[in-house]
Design a protein around this ligand. Structure first.
Ligand SMILES: *[C@@H]1O[C@H](CO)[C@@H](O)[C@H](O)[C@H]1NC(C)=O
Ligand SMILES: *[C@@H]1O[C@H](CO)[C@@H](O)[C@H](O)[C@H]1NC(C)=O
Ligand SMILES: *[C@@H]1O[C@H](CO)[C@@H](O)[C@H](O)[C@H]1NC(C)=O
Ligand SMILES: *[C@@H]1O[C@H](CO)[C@@H](O)[C@H](O)[C@H]1NC(C)=O
Ligand SMILES: *[C@@H]1O[C@H](CO)[C@@H](O)[C@H](O)[C@H]1NC(C)=O
Length: 565
């Protein structure tokens, strides 16, 4: 521990000025990731080096967005976890600061793990986070800003009463399964509530703690909710208006909102959610009838996306979701490149008109980076055709396309056994011909298509309705065999008899973040091309079905490089 303390001081010594890191040769000077570092991102959040995971304590304070994140100052693998800190005026460009929270008390001496921010009356932020104590127990701690006049909230002080919530002989909480406090919300009894992820045997649960003063917390007898899915990490619990796309403060409860409970499932590393209602007297959440709990239920993202968290942006009245995108490469490759993990583009999140799922869309601020617009309209894609979309930097781009399908009757019949969309995408990748589809985009593609990531749709017929399958197939994304290339997929709830089928992909060197049906299905892929890098990357639209498809409209842009850390 003494060694790690010295190393930590050395780490701090790297920071100069007003806590803002002076970067020497950072990637944002170039319009492309370098040849040596082809997988660094141009506009997705990442620090200059080392390991990152969960976004923490996200909030807006005096017009400044704050993002804290789990960070290892000493290397590209998980460990030595502190809360690194960056701020932004636009959610696009980020300025780094010194780590805000790092081991300094017995209650967090072995690590400062995930947590959330709550804005207390008077606009005062407070952070609850998980600390690892000398016995390696998970306990919950409080930190508050030292200087409320500093919009960058650069210094934090910890409560001398920490830990505020801890496993005891009386409460039987499992000290290895008690973490990640949420943003707190205020109830009709004038008490704050917070939930903490936990488990009892194989039951995942959201434990409730209540407090009048944010310091003294009492555990409630019953959890907010539980399900037989294994440990719940990083729970998130918030209201969404029944109508419209605005967000509301986390404490709002009324007939005009539904509630969302998101859990990060430790066993499968998926962020799952249900929509339901919240009884703020009994402190019980009940998912709507028909909700599926567990891995076959709704997910924020059907690709690589975990440990996400939302916050209410009262400046623009929206709720924003931020998540961690893990690598799909080997640990050896991560160590070689010196870093691991990025964050997804912040997404606005709201309830779909159906009331049955959420919709997500990249925050509009990201469009500031768009340059070199190219477009196509009313273009027929015959079966078996591939057309190049040229004139943009295909390795760092934003593409938005909508398709029109003339003759839905030609769709293949969906077999009753085809119930697992991810499996279906594995069995029917882009190279398996169909009738209506596969059609979509080939991104980060090499000349000749030896390497490409296919993001595409297939349309099936099932009784009187049509079923749309969306896939992100990275099986041919790289010649490197050490990466996880399992294709991802999901069924997409869109009315294609009356609506065009849309697909937007944010392409950023090693990330393909895709939004189907206007954000009803999101799939994020990590890919590591060896040929299709930088200027050698191409973008194509393709149709490998027998039937023609029409591109109603396609817009694509180069994306400028953001100033990130
Ligand atoms: C608090 O922050 C403000 C704004 O950055 C600064 O002017 C002031 O000196 C700070 N106060 C202290 C005690 O550090
Ligand atoms: C507590 O959680 C840990 C980590 O998941 C698990 O290994 C252990 O079996 C649990 N202990 C009990 C008593 O359930
Ligand atoms: C991160 O990715 C690696 C490699 O694919 C995988 O082994 C690990 O389980 C993933 N972890 C999470 C939290 O997604
Ligand atoms: C689209 O193109 C077809 C021919 O390819 C043409 O007949 C049709 O009028 C065009 N529609 C629009 C709206 O431009
Ligand atoms: C289309 O299907 C053929 C035959 O299966 C395959 O060889 C080809 O690679 C596919 N095209 C794309 C773009 O995947």
């Amino acid at each position: 521990m003494a060694n790690s303390h010295v190393a930590f001081l050395l780490f701090l010594a790297l920071f100069v000025g007003h806590g803002v890191v002076e970067l020497q040769a950072s990637h944002h000077v170039y319009s492309y990731a370098s040849a040596k570092q082809p997988y660094r991102t141009g506009y997705h959040f990442q620090p200059p080096k080392n390991w990152i995971n969960d976004p923490n304590g996200i909030m807006v304070y005096r017009g400044v967005y704050h993002l804290f994140y789990q960070y290892n100052p000493k290397g590209a693998v998980w460990g030595n976890i502190v809360w690194a800190h960056s701020t932004s005026k636009d959610l696009v460009n980020w300025t780094p600061h010194k780590p805000a929270i790092y081991p300094s008390q017995p209650s967090d001496i072995n690590g400062c793990w995930s947590g959330s921010a709550t804005i207390l009356p008077g606009g005062r932020p407070a952070i609850l986070y998980t600390g690892i104590d000398p016995l390696n127990r998970q306990v919950q701690n409080l930190a508050i800003p030292k200087n409320l006049s500093d919009p960058y909230l650069r210094e934090w002080i910890k409560s001398p009463k920490n830990p505020l919530m801890q496993p005891t002989a009386q409460n039987h909480i499992n000290a290895s399964s008690f973490r990640d406090p949420t943003t707190a919300w205020f109830g009709p009894d004038k008490k704050w509530r917070v939930i903490v992820g936990s488990k009892v045997n194989s039951l995942g649960l959201a434990m409730v703690f209540k407090s009048k003063d944010f310091v003294n917390w009492v555990q409630s007898k019953t959890p907010l909710h539980s399900a037989n899915t294994g440990m719940w990490e990083c729970p998130d619990f918030y209201p969404v208006p029944v109508k419209g796309q605005n967000g509301v403060d986390t404490s709002v409860n009324s007939p005009y909102v539904k509630h969302v409970l998101k859990t990060s499932l430790d066993e499968t590393k998926h962020d799952l959610y249900t929509i339901g209602s919240y009884d703020n007297v009994k402190d019980v959440y009940t998912p709507d009838e028909g909700s599926v709990e567990g891995d076959s239920g709704l997910r924020y993202d059907y690709g690589k996306y975990y440990a996400s968290k939302t916050f209410f942006d009262n400046v623009k009245n929206r709720r924003i979701l931020m998540g961690w995108i893990n690598e799909s490469s080997s640990v050896a490759d991560d160590i070689k490149k010196g870093w691991s993990g990025v964050h997804a583009i912040p997404r606005k999140i709201w309830l779909a008109r159906s009331g049955k799922q959420l919709v997500q869309w990249p925050v509009t601020e990201i469009q500031k980076l768009r340059a070199n617009h190219v477009s196509l309209t009313n273009k027929t894609l015959k079966g078996g055709s591939v057309i190049e979309v040229s004139g943009i930097t295909a390795a760092q781009a934003d593409v938005d396309v909508s398709f029109e399908i003339a003759d839905l009757e030609k769709a293949e019949v969906l077999k009753p056994s085809w119930t697992n969309p991810q499996l279906l995408c594995s069995q029917k990748g882009a190279s398996v011909k169909g009738r209506l589809g596969p059609f979509g985009l080939l991104v980060l593609a090499s000349d000749g298509l030896k390497e490409n990531t296919a993001v595409f749709f297939r349309i099936f017929k099932s009784h009187n309705k049509y079923v749309v399958l969306m896939c992100s197939d990275q099986s041919r994304s790289s010649r490197n065999q050490d990466n996880d290339k399992t294709p991802y997929g999901a069924f997409l709830d869109v009315d294609i008899q009356h609506q065009k089928l849309s697909l937007r992909s944010l392409i950023d060197h090693s990330i393909v973040e895709s939004f189907g049906g206007g954000g009803k299905v999101c799939i994020t892929s990590r890919v590591y091309p060896t040929l299709a890098i930088n200027k050698a990357a191409h973008l194509y639209a393709f149709n490998n079905g027998t039937q023609s498809i029409k591109i109603a409209e396609l817009n694509a842009w180069s994306m400028n490089t953001a100033k990130i850390n």
